[in-house]
Design a protein around this ligand. Structure first.
Ligand code: BGC
Ligand code: BGC
Length: 842
């Protein structure tokens, strides 16, 4: 990248001059040639009894019944009673959906709801076969949506363990804690091979190299589902697994839901990674990727979904879509997409109020032959096969199943012990000057840093909530923070441990452990423009430096979802540990950092990097096989107590041209991101760029001046004297906001009306074809109290719907009126609305 501007971390990796997108070339085609792909060694053995049972059921199903099986709906969009009428195949809980709209509902509520959905699905009096609904959930690091569950380290940490057997145990524990809540199916493991660490889902990946996925996949699947061909397979203490996201999700240039522009051989040799072993181990579902390959969305790619996955690799389970991903296929909408089914998708994953429309449309497409009958039957056959194999036809309602309701299994001591072992094995020792580690537990230890006593931060995204944010330690019963683990270890050995987030102390400690790192995020919210750690806030660095300056030996424990450029932080620490996102068992950290009481090593470090560590922030494509590979720490690096090694002083200078990033901020703290401009415009297009605090347009229709809200000159007062004029923020190049407008993000503007308007006021955006769209905010502004700050929130979808090209937005914020108006603004952001918002302005 490079670029003058690299800001706007909320995934706004600009497809601007600064970050050119490879032009489509003739050699990069989205059509695969199955014959050049590997074929799985063993075809899954089909049980003739199961197949005969499928035949018998299929025969009695109506076309409408069959369509129902193809649809999965998020529990936030459907009631159990709907399944009395609509015989849908599946439900899921999205990352932000819990029973009754409560993300934090206790396990019994999940089970109760599972029963209600199941019973409604089985209620039938018309003589047609009753087919049990199955419930899928993202149990991606333990059954992470349910309070009290054991949360394992995210996959990036597990990759560092290189411990295949541990993966099997983790898979099994996850299955047990999922089954206990009455849930049938997990959307895990993710087998993405992430090649560009700017991607917000890097932590969901075991490694940048496919060998680790290939090694782990079979073991995880066996853990979750039990071993094929044995009595374990889909026994009551197992659940259905998903291998996701097929295919090339890790190859999209660091952009969520992006486009992998790579040759077919790279897609095969890098990204197929663990799929063959997952299929051999019997993964029962595969999730299609949101992303594209050479310009075409995976949900519509027949050559890959059918040609490679089903025909060549002999996958005989079903392909589930990803969160309305079918709606992104050319010519499709969320409510209509025969193309995806025809390409080989077997089940739509749907969220929203229009699932009945999806059902009606798909039914019509089947009746008209647009979806061929054979394709429909094949999809249903696959879904029924999995349901039968998983015992859902025979085990009765969820609460009557062997493990369901045994809530003490959720967060059970032996499960937590496995997670704690995983934490010990996943940490990677990057630096240990003078053999500072392991520490003596009888010493006087200061524990500092914002991450020291915060389960949510150590657990990361996909923890209770989708983003893993908005939580306190109280939301995680059964969990232990890193601080708590240290405190117990030190106290037991007769030492003193003190928690002091800001690092202040009365008596100089023997050593300080500083726990800090990334705040939780998931999916596109974690996309970054480069790998600089915390570009806007250097308080962790200051804390490390302050302690070092006071002569205190410093151990840094770094929490992150990916390798980041931390040269300065590393220079300011004597020892530096990459702990990734360890989950709920923070005690595992102390297990490795401290000696035994007798002075011997308790647990040596075992973790080895499964992602290369950058020496510069612009090294986000940093994989062994890439040309010019020059990491700070290479793939496989990891010190031990037995084999120490020195780390020299590191270069702290940002490469020229690297700007600070700004977390979705369009205007904040009195500034726009570097390279952007706040501009005042009169209708005759005389533009004035507001460089300093104050400016006026040519004919003085609009004047801006600096005012204070929370701090000096952090806001701007805008005064319209009358006559069309607007204030706008222009980006340094076109922004691609398609991903953002596809989620729940809004344009969020903090304003204060200083003088009521005399004409309508509009909020808008402009794209680089010159098109401007607006929504009216006149009444919204008038409803606020004069002189008081208020938030105006407009979902990004509103601008998209009005026809602007969201892939090339040049001005993400425009406020305009023809009349007189006095208005101050302090913050303009692209963010989630504090309250769900669907209204487009007034
Ligand atoms: C994610 C999937 C996830 C699904 C259901 C999607 O946004 O990409 O990984 O399984 O949501 O929550
Ligand atoms: C859901 C997630 C889903 C995501 C997709 C969220 O609202 O909770 O499960 O993965 O949207 O963007």
């Amino acid at each position: 990248m490079s670029a003058s501007f690299s800001s706007f971390t909320i995934a706004l990796l600009l497809q601007s001059a600064a970050t050119p997108v490879a032009a489509p070339t003739a050699s990069l085609s989205p059509v695969a040639h199955p014959e050049i792909w590997p074929t799985a060694n063993a075809r899954p053995s089909r049980d003739p009894k199961v197949e005969a049972r499928i035949d018998a059921i299929l025969k009695r199903m109506s076309v409408a019944d069959k369509i129902g099986q193809l649809i999965q709906v998020d529990i936030a969009s459907i009631e159990p009673s709907d399944l009395r009428t609509y015989k849908l195949g599946s439900i899921l809980n999205g990352g932000n959906s819990g029973p009754g709209g409560n993300d934090l509902a206790p396990p019994v509520e999940w089970l109760k709801l599972a029963d209600q959905f199941y019973e409604a699905s089985m209620a039938r009096t018309d003589g047609r076969p009753a087919i049990p609904v199955i419930w899928g959930t993202d149990a991606v690091h333990g059954n992470n949506n349910i309070p009290g569950a054991t949360l394992f380290p995210h996959n990036i940490g597990l990759g560092a363990t290189r411990d295949r057997d541990l993966m099997r145990e983790i898979g099994h524990v996850t299955a047990i804690e999922t089954a206990a809540a009455g849930i049938d199916w997990t959307f895990a493991p993710t087998l993405a091979v992430v090649r560009d660490d700017r991607w917000g889902r890097t932590y969901e990946s075991y490694s940048e190299e496919p060998t680790i996925q290939a090694d782990f996949a079979g073991a995880v699947i066996e853990g979750v589902q039990g071993k094929v061909g044995t009595k374990e397979f889909l026994a009551p203490d197992r659940v259905i697994a998903t291998t996701k996201h097929f295919l090339g999700d890790g190859g999209t240039g660091g952009r969520d839901q992006g486009d992998a522009r790579i040759p077919e051989t790279a897609l095969r040799d890098i990204h197929l990674g663990g799929y063959p072993s997952a299929i051999e181990a019997g993964t029962q579902s595969v999730m299609a990727s949101f992303s594209s390959w050479n310009g075409a969305k995976m949900h519509g790619n027949k050559s890959l979904l059918t040609g490679v996955l089903k025909d060549r690799l002999h996958f005989d389970g079903f392909v589930v879509g990803d969160w309305n991903g079918h709606g992104q296929v050319d010519g499709c909408s969320n409510e209509s997409c025969a193309a995806a089914i025809n390409a080989g998708l077997d089940m739509f994953m749907y969220s929203g109020s229009g699932w009945k429309t999806l059902y009606d449309n798909t039914l019509k497409q089947a009746q008209s032959g647009e979806i061929p009958a054979a394709r429909l039957d094949d999809a249903v056959r696959r879904i029924l096969r999995v349901k039968i194999r998983a015992g859902t036809f025979d085990r009765g309602r969820p609460s009557s199943r062997a493990l369901a309701g045994k809530m003490t299994l959720i967060g059970a001591a032996d499960h937590r012990a496995i997670a704690r072992r995983a934490v010990r094995e996943s940490m990677v020792l990057l630096k240990n000057e003078g053999g500072l580690l392991p520490l003596k537990p009888s010493a006087n230890i200061l524990v500092a840093g914002v991450g020291a006593d915060d389960v949510a931060q150590q657990a990361g995204g996909w923890s209770l909530t989708w983003q893993g944010t908005g939580l306190t330690n109280a939301n995680f019963p059964n969990a232990e923070t890193i601080w708590s683990g240290i405190s117990t270890a030190v106290k037991t050995a007769g030492g003193t441990a003190t928690l002091s987030a800001d690092g202040s102390f009365a008596k100089k400690p023997d050593a300080a452990i500083v726990v800090f790192g990334e705040q939780p995020y998931a999916e596109f919210k974690g996309d970054r423009p480069n790998l600089e750690y915390s570009p806007d806030d250097k308080s962790d660095l200051e804390l490390l430096r302050k302690l070092k300056a006071a002569g205190v030996p410093v151990v840094a424990v770094f929490l992150s979802g990916r390798p980041l450029w931390v040269n300065a932080e590393m220079n300011a620490s004597d020892a530096f540990v990459a702990a990734f996102l360890p989950g709920t068992e923070g005690g595992g950290v102390a297990d490795v950092l401290f000696r035994k009481k007798d002075g011997s090593v308790a647990n040596d470090f075992r973790g080895k990097l499964s992602f290369s560590w950058p020496k510069r922030p612009d090294q986000y494509v940093l994989n062994r096989s890439d040309p010019g590979y020059d990491p700070l720490f290479q793939f496989g690096y990891g010190l031990t107590y037995a084999k120490p090694s020195a780390v020299p002083k590191l270069d702290e200078a940002r490469p020229a041209g690297m700007a600070a990033s700004s977390n979705g901020t369009i205007f904040g703290k009195g500034r726009v991101p570097e390279g952007w401009s706040l501009t005042l415009v009169e209708q005759d297009q005389s533009k004035v760029r507001l460089l300093g605090a104050n400016a006026t347009t040519a004919t003085k229709r609009l004047t801006a001046s600096a005012v204070d809200r929370r701090r000096q000159e952090d806001a701007r007062a805008l005064v319209w004297a009358g006559g069309p004029a607007d204030a706008r923020v222009e980006a340094s190049g076109p922004l691609d906001l398609t991903r953002e407008s596809n989620g729940e993000l809004s344009l969020v503007v903090d304003v204060r009306v200083d003088r009521a308007g005399s004409a309508p006021v509009n909020l808008g955006m402009v794209s680089n074809d010159g098109k401007a769209v607006t929504v009216p905010i006149t009444k919204t502004l008038a409803a606020g109290k004069p002189g008081e700050w208020q938030q105006v929130i407009v979902p990004l979808q509103c601008f998209a719907k009005r026809g602007i090209d969201m892939a090339h937005v040049t001005a993400p914020f425009v406020i305009a009126t023809d009349g007189k108006l006095g208005l101050s603004m302090s913050d303009v952001k692209i963010d989630s609305a504090p309250v769900p918002m669907t209204k487009c302005g007034d």
